[in-house]
Design a protein around this ligand. Structure first.
Ligand SMILES: *Cc1c(COP(=O)(O)O)cnc(C)c1O
Length: 218
């Protein structure tokens, strides 16, 4: 059986190799371990192996799982990577240090108000609907410049852009497009790449990869 430490080392090696191939410093890429659907016990194994940054998709699941974990491991940070409802903004601001799925003005407003109440503002990535897919979250390409202006005028620190490419097709063109948008709009962070494609994402400039499956046992 392959243990958590071995899986973590293998993903970190993959990130480092891809970074070096692209002439990048491996330390310029942050690994977010996506622990959605995983138990607190499985998370503990990764923390014991040295992982300190985790991502969750759902507010309720994260709140249930992480109340104990956060108390036991105060140096761990938690990222929200899933679609966020505005009525969960208060809970999200208490729970998450970084939000990767900011994709509309109504959610921005809700997070700003929640941040005022909580006295803390999470950093945000603006999710871009990079494949212009009907059902997918994310800001439309045409609306990105105006939305970035709104975020920059808010108290939430703008960390970067995030995307989830369309399923079942080669993701690299979408990663390249997100990187181009980030350059055009002077944004430094790029949250892109999951278990199946994080190496390609790193070669194309990802500063954050969100990896779940590859870090956990089946
Ligand atoms: C689940 C999820 C991931 C991780 O996906 P894996 O394929 O398990 O690595 C990354 N990003 C988002 C937004 C997700 O929902």
């Amino acid at each position: 059986m392959i243990d958590a430490a071995t899986r973590l080392a293998s993903v970190r090696d993959g990130i480092a190799a891809a970074a070096r191939t692209a002439g990048r410093d491996p330390d310029s890429v942050t690994l977010v371990a996506v622990s959605k659907t995983r138990s607190a016990g499985e998370v503990e194994e990764l923390i014991a192996a040295g992982q300190k940054i985790f991502g969750e998709s759902r507010v309720q699941e994260a709140a249930d799982k992480w109340s104990g974990l956060k108390a036991a491991h105060p140096d761990v940070t938690l990222h929200c990577i899933g679609r966020l409802q505005s009525n969960k903004a208060d809970e999200a601001v208490q729970l998450f240090d970084v939000i990767h799925s900011l994709d509309r003005a109504s959610l921005l407003d809700a997070l700003v108000r929640a941040g005022e109440r909580a006295g803390r503002y999470p950093a945000v990535y603006v999710q871009v609907n990079i494949g212009a897919e009907e059902q997918k979250g994310g800001v439309a390409l045409a609306e990105l410049p105006a939305f970035l202006d709104q975020v920059r005028a808010s108290p939430l620190p703008l960390a970067g852009l995030m995307c989830i490419p369309p399923a079942g097709v080669e993701p690299s063109p979408y990663f390249a497009l997100l990187a181009k948008l980030a350059r055009r709009h002077d944004v430094t962070g790029l949250s892109m790449g999951m278990s199946g494609d994080y190496k390609a994402a790193v070669m194309l400039g990802a500063t954050v990869v969100r990896v779940g499956t590859a870090l956990f046992a089946d």
